[in-house]
Write a protein that binds this ligand. Structure first.
Ligand SMILES: *[C@@H]1O[C@H](CO)[C@@H](O)[C@H](O)[C@H]1NC(C)=O
Ligand SMILES: *[C@@H]1O[C@H](CO)[C@@H](O)[C@H](O)[C@H]1NC(C)=O
Ligand SMILES: *[C@@H]1O[C@H](CO)[C@@H](O)[C@H](O)[C@H]1NC(C)=O
Ligand SMILES: *[C@@H]1O[C@H](CO)[C@@H](O)[C@H](O)[C@H]1NC(C)=O
Ligand SMILES: *[C@@H]1O[C@H](CO)[C@@H](O)[C@H](O)[C@H]1NC(C)=O
Ligand SMILES: *[C@@H]1O[C@H](CO)[C@@H](O)[C@H](O)[C@H]1NC(C)=O
Ligand SMILES: *[C@@H]1O[C@H](CO)[C@@H](O)[C@H](O)[C@H]1NC(C)=O
Ligand SMILES: *[C@@H]1O[C@H](CO)[C@@H](O)[C@H](O)[C@H]1NC(C)=O
Length: 481
């Protein structure tokens, strides 16, 4: 669940917010977790093993049926397989449904409580993450009776969809197919430092398509905020937004406040779910809410206050501590394990959308740079992030590789900034095994991967059905790698 936060946010250099407004501490729902003995390093630089957590359902398995493998995301706890869409797919395909926790996340810690130490993080490489999955798949085939020849189908969302894509492309003989929902496979730092910021562009287009007038009112809210602060009326802004302290009238302070509200409002598109999603957002229909409110509000700054307020449930809300943006972002998506994900942002997944000379989405004057993040990566971990070209070639996920790929379903949601970082389309082909892009109207970020329940959007239900039918055709008609 990546929010449109640039790497800079993730690693804390120029990070955000304040306020003790973090109200939704994510708690792992009940799950019958199990443990798997995994190598600390698959490439021989370190001996030893650690316990990696997983969950499994063999309830619907028929011998020879597929293994549906949910790739753990960058979260504070592993999604129980029962809380994903996979048991429902397993029921239709006679498969096994499993989820495996990502190394260094949740309780799958190669060095226990010392896993976050800089020296210990060096084995958090994408090569090791992928090899964990290969070993786990082999082990499942060895240990579940009837699964010796089962084909493995990956599924995951957001950063997890990047993983599933890289795994299918890098280990095609182990991973037969993948469902990559909201896959950020571009928007990384580029060697020439130019913008690849499709995510802000995509987001703005969705706001305009929902309501031109509401979008202009949101832009006007940022402009009003800037005008008030620049003209010496910052105390009125403090009062209107319930800020903890009065902002000083300088451009770096304005950029900080822009970052908080611009991110908050754009993520209302991403988390526009049909159900509340603890750890992500605790209201439904967040996009419709901000659009409606922006149309009706007579107070421009009220729009900003309302947008940020939708993430928090405390009543009354504490003041917004804009000098501590890290805490604010943690409150917006507490389900992300930021400390560890920050390291990944400094190495093999340097998500830099919106920071390469690109304007903010609504505060059009604020131009961002990722260069401070590069410095922070150097200082904190003594690493330099891989550049986009290198990531594309090392993991075989360049646009050319993906255009020529087979058996990946790229599931893109209309209501999701991350759609701007996913493949937009695939060339038509007479080969049914070629990868596909599915676009789902009104769907939010990786919404197809949640466990089906009453009240789901009809379009999301249809997409899940398509996914199962495509998998059936691939299982029946496609062979080899
Ligand atoms: C989130 O909303 C649900 C109802 O939709 C409520 O039961 C729950 O207490 C809320 N969570 C928090 C942390 O306020
Ligand atoms: C999934 O749910 C079923 C039915 O409630 C239960 O028997 C099983 O233990 C659960 N699986 C896990 C991994 O928690
Ligand atoms: C791992 O263990 C083997 C066998 O004991 C040993 O030969 C090797 O040097 C060890 N490797 C490392 C990196 O410690
Ligand atoms: C891109 O930024 C890096 C880091 O500041 C710098 O070393 C490099 O020269 C820049 N490249 C170009 C082509 O401007
Ligand atoms: C300051 O803001 C308040 C509230 O928006 C407004 O009533 C007042 O006119 C403003 N004062 C100046 C000097 O702009
Ligand atoms: C802007 O304000 C911040 C926070 O008050 C301060 O640290 C910084 O030095 C100021 N910058 C300028 C250019 O005045
Ligand atoms: C705001 O955050 C700063 C930095 O973490 C902290 O020093 C300060 O006490 C916080 N202020 C409030 C009112 O919470
Ligand atoms: C595309 O894939 C086929 C086999 O799947 C391969 O023979 C061909 O070289 C690939 N083309 C490119 C441009 O990668």
């Amino acid at each position: 669940m990546k929010i449109q936060l640039s790497m800079s946010l993730a690693i804390g250099a120029t990070i955000l917010l304040a306020a003790s407004t973090s109200s939704q501490v994510p708690i792992s729902p009940p799950c019958d977790y199990k443990w798997f003995e995994q190598s600390i390093d698959h490439f021989g630089t370190r001996n030893g093993t650690f316990q990696q957590r997983f969950s499994i359902s063999t309830q619907y398995f028929k011998p020879g049926g597929p293994i549906l493998y949910f790739v753990g995301e960058e979260t504070t706890f592993l999604d129980c397989v029962n809380d994903t869409v996979l048991p429902s797919f397993a029921e239709q395909l006679g498969g096994i449904a499993v989820s495996l926790e990502h190394r260094y996340f949740g309780e799958s810690l190669p060095f226990g409580s010392r896993s976050q130490e800089v020296n210990n993080l060096r084995l958090l490489t994408l090569e090791n993450v992928m090899a964990d999955g290969v070993r786990f798949a082999e082990w499942l085939r060895e240990s579940v009776p009837g699964a010796e020849k089962s084909r493995v189908i990956l599924a995951s969302g957001s950063y997890g969809a990047f993983l599933a894509t890289a795994m299918r492309q890098s280990h095609p003989s182990t991973f037969f197919a993948a469902i990559s929902s909201a896959a950020p496979v571009r928007g990384f730092i580029r060697a020439d430092n130019t913008s690849n910021g499709h995510n802000p562009d995509y987001t703005l287009q969705q706001f305009f398509a929902a309501s031109f007038e509401a979008t202009m009112n949101i832009r006007n809210a940022f402009a009003s905020m800037h005008d008030e602060i620049r003209s010496g009326n910052a105390s009125a802004v403090r009062e209107a937004l319930n800020l903890c302290t009065t902002p000083t009238a300088n451009e770096s302070v304005l950029a900080t406040i822009d970052n908080i509200y611009d991110t908050a409002i754009s993520v209302l598109l991403e988390f526009d779910y049909a159900h509340t999603r603890p750890g992500r957002i605790n209201v439904t229909n967040s996009f419709g809410r901000i659009i409606d409110f922006s149309l009706k509000s007579h107070e421009p700054l009220g729009i900003l206050k309302y947008g940020l307020g939708l993430y928090f449930t405390e009543n009354p809300l504490p003041c917004v501590n804009w000098t501590d943006t890290a805490t604010i972002f943690k409150g917006i998506t507490p389900v992300i394990q930021r400390e560890t994900f920050g390291y990944i942002g400094c190495t093999y997944h340097p998500n830099a959308v919106g920071t390469m000379g690109h304007a903010r989405i609504f505060a059009q004057n604020a131009i961002l740079s990722y260069l401070p993040s590069l410095e922070a990566c150097k200082k904190k971990y003594n690493v330099t992030p891989a550049r986009e070209d290198e990531i594309w070639s090392r993991f075989k996920i360049s646009p050319a590789h993906l255009a020529n790929s087979t058996r990946i379903i790229f599931s893109n949601a209309e209501h999701d900034p991350i759609s701007g970082q996913a493949p937009q389309a695939m060339p038509l082909s007479d080969d049914v095994c070629r990868s596909r892009v599915l676009w789902t109207s009104g769907m939010a970020h990786r919404e197809d991967l949640f466990k089906p329940e009453a009240g789901d959007k009809v379009e999301v239900e249809k997409t899940r059905r398509k996914e199962v039918e495509i998998l059936k055709s691939w299982l029946a008609l496609c062979a080899g790698d």
